[in-house]
Design a protein around this ligand. Structure first.
Ligand SMILES: C[S@@+](CC[C@H](N)C(=O)[O-])C[C@H]1O[C@@H](n2cnc3c(N)ncnc32)[C@H](O)[C@@H]1O
Length: 269
């Protein structure tokens, strides 16, 4: 199997990896044949998969711009992914040059590529850590160097919570992170859902992801909404990705559920 020169040596090129599958869906170049195979299989099951990935990325951009307009100047982006078009620090720092961003991910490709694009940027960094260990994230020296937990924070959990199983208690993990944030902080979540899909489609997607680095756990509307416990969900509520404050030029879907994800932003009061 290929092992491209840009890939860190510890990368497993034999097993499809969720960060690289997403990069492949977005048309990026940091992925391998195993990842592209899963991306193609996903598109065969659900033809709107590539558009869904782009809709998620567009939501992320809109949410970050909204947070900057709301006065947020520090972002903790967990499950930040392989850098691609419209990275959080680029969007935030172009609107507010003093904005600080800490990316967190487990994936070595995401880490290596983020480090290379962040070289020379003192106001943004990447930390290799796991959402399942919130205390490690909250006490990490790089997180505390850039994020002042006495001032409002934008906590981004975008397209990552569906990689946490029920047994890993995703709600408790979100609560632990949310408890560290002062009032005025914002929580941004997008989450895969199979609401509105035929059971055969759900089964095929779950089976496909069971062979990847992080089997997916799509959730229904009520379960995703529960992650905002303690936050006021801002207008327009928890909606399908393309319905969250759409902007000119965003992808259009015949039916919003074709983007197969929910999106919302909450304010800690
Ligand atoms: C679908 S990508 C989303 C990237 C970015 N947030 C976005 O929405 O464009 C999911 C990312 O979450 C990361 N991830 C999965 N499980 C994780 C965990 N337990 N802790 C930290 N990151 C995780 C993956 O490595 C991947 O980079």
């Amino acid at each position: 199997m290929e092992h491209e020169s840009w890939a860190p040596p510890e990368v497993d090129v034999e097993r499809a990896n969720v960060a690289r599958i997403y990069d492949a869906l977005l048309g990026g170049s940091h992925n391998f044949a195993v990842d592209r195979d899963v991306a193609s299989a996903l598109t065969a099951i659900e033809p709107s998969s590539r558009e869904a990935a782009r809709a998620n990325r567009q939501f992320l951009g809109r949410a970050v711009r909204f947070l900057v307009k709301s006065g947020i100047r520090q972002f903790l982006d967990i499950g930040s992914g392989v850098p691609t078009l419209g990275n959080v620090h680029e969007i935030a720092q172009s609107a507010a040059p003093d904005a600080r961003v800490v990316y967190v991910d487990t994936d070595p490709v995401a880490i290596a590529h983020s480090k290379s694009i962040l070289a020379g940027n003192d106001q943004a960094t990447i930390v290799q850590a796991d959402l399942r260990e919130p205390d490690v994230i909250l006490s990490h020296p790089d997180v505390n160097r850039l994020i002042d937990f006495d001032r409002p924070v934008g906590l981004l959990l975008v397209a990552v919570l569906h990689f946490i199983t029920e047994e890993e208690h995703p709600g408790d993990l979100v609560r632990r992170l949310a408890d560290a944030l002062p009032p005025g902080s914002h929580l941004v979540i997008s989450h895969a859902t199979l609401d509105g899909r035929a059971p055969q489609v759900n089964e095929a997607i779950e089976k496909l992801y069971s062979r990847t680095s992080a089997p997916g756990r799509p959730r229904d509307h009520a379960s995703v909404k529960a992650f905002f416990d303690g936050f006021e969900i801002l207008e327009p509520g928890l909606v399908y990705l393309p319905q969250w404050r759409p902007e000119e030029g965003d992808l259009k879907f015949e039916r919003p559920e074709q983007a197969w994800g929910y999106a919302g932003v909450g304010l800690k009061t």
